[in-house]
Write a protein that binds this ligand. Structure first.
Ligand code: KG4
Ligand code: ZN
Length: 377
């Protein structure tokens, strides 16, 4: 008798994660081994190091997730794993392990798109609060270090389908945060620190312009630069110019070195190391990025007659984004939901949750399942 227990495994980027979720929404365990300390030394994710750390962490992480759920491997109904998008070598570790585990246990294997996982991170928690109406799709903004996508999501007969209506044509929003933070000597990943520091500066000090995308033809022949697409490479360049023009580069390098020595509260230390000009720049950057994300999302919600909005991915942890997006949604009588902080960044509970409808429909992965680094949703 199936008890609805799915083990999720996620290894697409720099977190090795495993979780046990019952019936798509009850999180029995959610274990994440972060590699931030390793990659911070290099100012970004180093793919080969990520693969190696996944290999070291995967068995202990799964063991812990199963133990914390208070079950044994035999109790599982299925194993779900991230198929893509992500780093090839990193994905392969999770997939190879999940395949072997499912095979050994004689349980089905379910392949999950990482982006669908992020969307389900919100849906699994918001089941009671969101009242979904047929014909009024959910507009999902997935906004992380690797992605800035807008999807229309609809449930039919228990299964979800997605239509991509907008995406970044260059950098992701989280990438803009990380790259700008790096320019200011704030280390990696920069988003959480920038979010904290933004409260201490004047958001109207510097005017950044975002938007104004020129459609361009890509290698795959598809044209990008649609009405609901995003572009974030301009603001990164604008931050670079600003720091050069205002002779902030040396101060940033000194700040970087000083922050590397800090063991305790990095936030307070970073605040003490930032001058007024830097804080104003950060506040202005955040205002521009958040305003842009909110504007594009609201325009798409109106265009496609969305009934609700869900925001997920690492940048969904941003407090200013949550506030602005919630206020604008309320003004339009749109329902809105965000994931809890634990489910906003990469985790495996969202993979197990996204796998649940597939399990119910018998949509299992074949023995030939492979990593798909550029997997689309
Ligand atoms: O979803 P995630 O853990 O991994 C990816 O799939 O990318 O997202 C990580 C990204 C990083 O770029 C990080 O700087 C950003 O999310 N991030 C934030 C905040 N917390 C994390 N960006 C802005 N404000 C935050 N509070
Ligand atoms: Zn992610």
């Amino acid at each position: 008798m199936a008890s609805g227990l799915i083990l999720g495994i996620e290894s697409s980027c720099d977190e090795t994660a495993a979780a046990v979720v019952r019936s798509g929404s009850a999180v029995l365990s959610n274990v994440v081994a972060s590699q931030i300390a390793t990659h911070a030394l290099y100012g970004g994710v180093v793919p080969e190091l990520a693969s190696r750390e996944h290999l070291t962490n995967i068995v202990p992480v799964v063991r812990t997730a199963v133990a914390e759920a208070g079950i044994t491997l035999d109790d599982l109904d299925a194993v779900a794993v991230t198929e893509g998008p992500g780093l090839a070598g990193a994905l392969l570790v999770g997939i190879t392990y999940a395949k072997a585990l499912a095979y050994g246990l004689g349980k089905p294997l379910i392949a999950v798109n990482h982006l669908e996982g992020h969307i389900h991170a919100v849906l699994m928690e918001a089941k009671e609060t969101l009242s979904l109406t047929p014909g009024a799709p959910v507009l999902a903004l997935v906004v992380s270090g690797g992605h800035t996508h807008l999807y229309l999501a609809e449930e039919r007969g228990g299964l979800w389908s997605y239509r991509n209506v907008g995406r970044t044509i260059d950098d992701a929003a989280g990438e803009a945060y990380d790259k700008s933070a790096k320019l200011l000597g704030l280390g990696y990943p920069g988003g959480p620190l920038m979010d904290f520091l933004a409260d201490h500066g004047d958001p109207n000090a510097v005017e950044f312009k975002l938007g104004g995308i020129k459609p361009k033809l890509h290698r795959d022949g598809a044209s990008r630069g649609g009405e609901f697409d995003f572009s974030f490479s301009g603001i990164k360049t604008a931050v670079l110019r600003y720091t050069e023009l205002h002779h902030m580069r040396e101060r940033a390098a000194a700040r970087h070195n000083a922050l590397m020595q800090v063991e305790g509260n990095r936030r307070e230390a970073a605040l003490a190391l930032c001058d007024r000009e830097t804080l104003d720049l950060i506040a202005s950057f955040q205002k521009a990025v958040v305003g842009y994300l909110v504007k594009q999302t609201m325009r798409a919600a109106e265009e496609f007659g969305a009934g609700s909005i869900v925001v997920s991915g690492g940048v969904a942890a941003n407090r200013a984004l949550r506030e602005r997006m919630s206020a604008e949604a309320a003004a339009r009588h749109l329902q809105i939901a965000f994931p809890s902080l634990a489910l906003a960044t990469d985790n495996a509970a969202m993979i197990a949750a996204a796998a649940w409808p597939k399990f119910a429909a018998g949509l299992f992965a074949s023995d030939e399942l492979n990593a798909t680094p550029q997997l689309r949703l």
